[in-house]
Design a protein around this ligand. Structure first.
Ligand code: ADP
Ligand code: MG
Length: 864
């Protein structure tokens, strides 16, 4: 080590402090990475791996990125789950010193990253165990959002895990003991994919956490935030804030509050359900196009886009709150012109939350101040566009803070089209600060003096091509071409020789130069001072600006829901405390958009907690079962997020939890085809569903052999149907025709099927849900539609007939409806038993008895 170069020693010391991060080490105009970091960076960033001589270490691997482009490289590393520490030069290089002092100035991790290209939230979560509960805190450092909650009692861990999945953080900080707990270990290993960071034990200590929080907010107690007694939540939140402070090394002025929230305000949507319903992205391809978000995304601001995503994944359960939103959407649907003008005025509003974060981090420039001013002006006009509004929209004008004085200040101080960087000046408006105006005058005077000087020198020397120029190293100079050198006067002092010219200075020019440069330097310093003053003035209003941002976001989302409702012909649902789901002419919001106009066939639904609790939906593949199931779930969800729904009429009794499970077979796309996963998920439903829940089961039990699968499907259904246990409203799509027997024996079960019409040998999908079970499995018909050769399908029919006869079945396709094959309600017995019972053993000779025994044995063997 002693023989390493001093620079490498300095590097190693920094790296020692941050072994788990990629260290970017500033060398001149580059950030360099060494050793293993260099190899990782070269692979991940596609940059050249070189080597650098390093004393006794010989040549070491090195890779670098230009300092001015570092942000895009950082984003790439962080989005792939790496953490990066930035080591900067903290004193001026080149003052004869052998080694410049360097320090870690910033740490960037997936959950703390704020340079993001999309408006989507980037969440950092923090988890603490102990204190009698499970604490969960969540923050988005790029917007200032910060919230915490605590889970206690029954299945606290399960609920905390669902909440984490719903939040989908990119990084999770974990307190002591979390990783040691088997269930959490499994959760992080299998269900939540994000970067895990082990938090400091001390950071999760109640007193430390409490101090960090109260210190940051400048308050004495957390009572005002409703957190005072939630020790686990405090630990999680304090540790999270501490981690942000450590990584960002700034005051985080945009984190102005912490909200205490409860996940019981929202419809429970577990991760599988969100995924299966394709709420924000599609199952295959994980694209936004084809998701519910894609249909509803008519928000015009980034603020609105973020909030809309949040509303979709957080449907409400409080009827009053839902109606407030519905009132607003209805108002805007009817007031088309007002909606258009409202949306028009929203368009000018930039991402106020991100702007405030940039200003707080010190990475904002004059253009951000202009954007802020313009956005605040547009926001202040919103109340005018909300006149007469109803529901939650009507409260917004009152919530909009008055920021007129700040807007005016920015208007007076900053040019409309300023340069990018505050340090270079040139953005303060004339008239804002006298001293700056005077210095500008001086500088301008200086420049005109220079041009006068140039023409008088041309006259004095007689050199027509004489030029006065400026460069950074030599300052102002007089340039004379080689051909004219003989005419140079004696008071010219030579400074620089070029290929075909020489550069000179004069005493007069040097004196003026000092005055000009002095005033320009002073001017830049003054402008920067003004910038910092403005920045502070803006930061002092952070909380208000964030409130304005929330108002904008809400108006935008409500207007977007109204816009889509009007465009797609949605209606206002009736949402109430009843337990029914009644939908007339329901449509699937995504599929109807993808299909040609008019091609989608609407269907009704009627579910309650009485006779129509459990709908068994049969029908061949491709009939439209899965579509129907999802459409019902989506309509309920859209209603509870406070939006209109794709139907001609809908009444939705509030649903507390929505579950959706898709049989492993259908879920192959995700590579999770194991039956085990499917069953784990079903278990989750059976443990959590209530009478108020809606359960969507699509082909469950498919991932195993027919009889296993059928038996499980049956037993699961019985359990759900049992009111003592669950009694939830359920839609069950299955290709097991045997399930239609449920209706006969189980109270609350109803058979439906998706209608098929036979036309000769052909089959036509009607996409219509009809009462009664499906009359056949049609698997072979579908195979034929898919283009299997006729020889194959004909042969398949033969085999099917054979199979059905062999197992004592009547061919259902030939003689519908016949579901007597296997009866679960009255288990059939083997025919051999019947014969045994009727056998007159006493009237037989021993040889006859032996012969009969032989025959029965043969039959029994054949049957099994
Ligand atoms: P299943 O689950 O019964 O196999 P799907 O629900 O996957 O069937 O539907 C198969 C295809 O049928 C869909 O991709 C869609 O194109 C079409 N489809 C389904 N329902 C409808 C409908 N109500 N109107 C029009 N087309 C539909
Ligand atoms: Mg299906």
């Amino acid at each position: 080590m002693s023989a390493s170069t001093p620079m490498i020693q300095q590097y190693k010391r920094a790296k020692y402090e941050h072994p788990d991060k990629i260290l970017m080490f500033r060398l001149g105009d580059f950030y360099e990475m060494f050793y293993e970091d260099a190899e990782v960076a070269s692979r991940e960033l596609d940059i050249t791996l070189t080597a650098r001589p390093a004393g006794k270490d010989g040549k070491i691997p090195m890779a670098g990125v230009p300092y001015h482009a570092v942000d895009s490289y950082l984003e790439r590393l962080v989005s792939r789950g790496y953490k990066v520490a930035i080591c900067d030069q903290v004193e001026d290089p080149g003052q004869g010193k052998a080694l410049v002092r360097r320090e870690i100035t910033r740490i960037v991790t997936p959950g703390t990253c704020v340079d993001l290209r999309t408006p989507q939230n980037n969440y950092l979560a923090s988890l603490s165990l102990g204190g009698g509960g499970i604490g969960l805190a969540v923050a988005d450092a790029s917007t200032g959002e910060f919230r915490a909650t605590e889970f206690r009692g029954d299945d606290a861990a399960g609920r905390a895990q669902e909440e984490l999945l719903r939040t989908a953080p990119s990084e999770c900080l974990v307190g002591p003991g979390v990783r040691e707990e088997a269930s959490w270990n499994r959760f992080f290993g299998q269900r939540l994919r994000c970067v895990l960071t082990q938090g400091d034990e001390l950071a999760y200590d109640h007193e430390t956490a409490y101090r960090v929080l109260t210190g940051h907010f400048g308050i004495l107690s957390l009572r005002g935030f409703g957190l005072e007694d939630e020790h686990a939540a405090i630990a999680a939140a304090g540790a999270l804030l501490g981690y942000l402070q450590e990584t960002h090394r700034t005051a985080l002025a945009h984190m102005t509050a912490i909200s205490h929230y409860s996940s019981s305000n929202y419809m429970a949507l577990d991760s599988q359900t969100r995924r299966n319903l394709e709420l924000t992205q599609t199952l295959a391809g994980q694209k936004s196009k084809g998701s519910l978000l894609w249909v509803l995304d008519a928000a015009v601001t980034s603020l609105g886009q973020r909030l809309l995503r949040n509303w979709i994944t957080h449907p409400l359960v409080c009827v009053k709150a839902i109606e407030e939103r519905l009132d607003s959407v209805e108002f805007l649907v009817k007031a088309g012109l007002q909606r258009a003008s409202l949306r028009g005025s929203l368009k000018g509003i930039r991402d106020l939350e991100r702007l405030m974060a940039r200003i707080a981090y010190g990475s904002a420039g004059p253009r951000d101040l202009v954007a802020l001013r313009a956005s605040l002006e547009a926001a202040s006009a919103l109340p005018r566009h909300l006149e007469g509004a109803r529901g939650s929209l009507a409260h917004l004008p009152r919530e909009m803070p008055d920021l007129g004085d700040l807007t005016r200040l920015l208007e007076e101080a900053v040019e409309d089209d300023p340069p990018l960087l505050a340090r270079e000046g040139g953005f303060v408006k004339t008239g804002y600060r006298q001293e700056i105006d005077q210095l500008r005058e001086l500088a301008r005077g200086g420049r005109s003096w220079i041009s006068q000087f140039e023409s008088s020198e041309r006259q004095r020397t007689g050199i027509k091509s004489l030029k006065v120029g400026y460069n950074r190293v030599f300052g102002y100079y007089v340039e004379v071409t080689r051909a004219n050198l003989s005419q140079v006067p004696s008071d010219y002092q030579r400074r620089q020789t070029l290929a075909n010219a020489e550069r000179f200075v004069t005493e007069e020019l040097k004196a003026k130069e000092e005055a000009i440069l002095g005033s320009e330097e002073r001017m830049q310093a003054l402008e920067y001072e003004v910038f910092m003053e403005l920045r502070d003035a803006v930061l002092a209003r952070t909380a208000q600006i964030q409130r304005a941002a929330r108002v904008v976001a809400q108006a935008d989302v409500l207007a977007a829901l109204a816009e889509v409702a009007a465009r797609e012909g949605y209606v206002r649902p009736l949402v109430d405390q009843s337990t029914v789901v009644e939908i007339t002419d329901g449509r699937h919001p995504v599929l109807e958009k993808v299909l040609d106009a008019g091609a989608f066939v609407p269907n009704d639904s009627h579910l309650d907690t009485q006779e129509n609790r459990f709908l068994v939906i049969t029908g061949p593949n491709m009939a439209g079962k899965s579509t129907y199931l999802r459409q019902v779930a989506l309509i309920c969800l859209m209603a509870q997020m406070g939006g209109f729904v794709p139907a001609s009429r809908a009444r939705i009794g509030v649903i507390d939890k929505l579950f959706t499970r898709v049989g492993a077979w259908d879920d192959l796309v995700m590579g999770q085809s194991t039956f085990m996963v499917e069953m784990t998920e079903v278990a989750h439903i059976l443990h959590n569903a209530t009478e108020r829940s809606l359960i969507i089961l699509d082909e469950i039990g498919r991932g195993t052999s027919t009889y296993d699968g059928l038996s499980i499907a049956w037993a699961v259904s019985e359990y759900i149907l049992d009111r003592e246990r669950i009694g939830a409203k359920t839609l069950f799509a299955t290709h097991y025709r045997e399930m239609v027997q449920m209706e006969e024996g189980l109270d609350g079960a109803r058979n439906f099927s998706v209608a098929i019409k036979r036309r000769g040998d052909d089959m036509v999908f009607l996409r219509r849900l009809v009462r009664g079970g499906s009359d056949g499995s049609y698997g072979i018909d579908v195979a034929r539609l898919a283009g299997l050769p006729r020889d194959v399908t004909e042969r398949a029919r033969q085999i099917l007939r054979g199979l059905e006869e062999a197992s004592g079945r009547v061919s259902a396709t030939l003689d519908p409806p016949a579901y007597t094959q296997i009866s679960f309600l009255e288990p059939g017995e083997h025919p051999v038993l019947e014969e045994l019972r009727n056998m007159k053993v006493l009237e037989m000779t021993p040889i006859e008895a032996l012969q009969e025994l032989y025959r029965l044995q043969g039959k029994a063997r054949k049957g099994s």
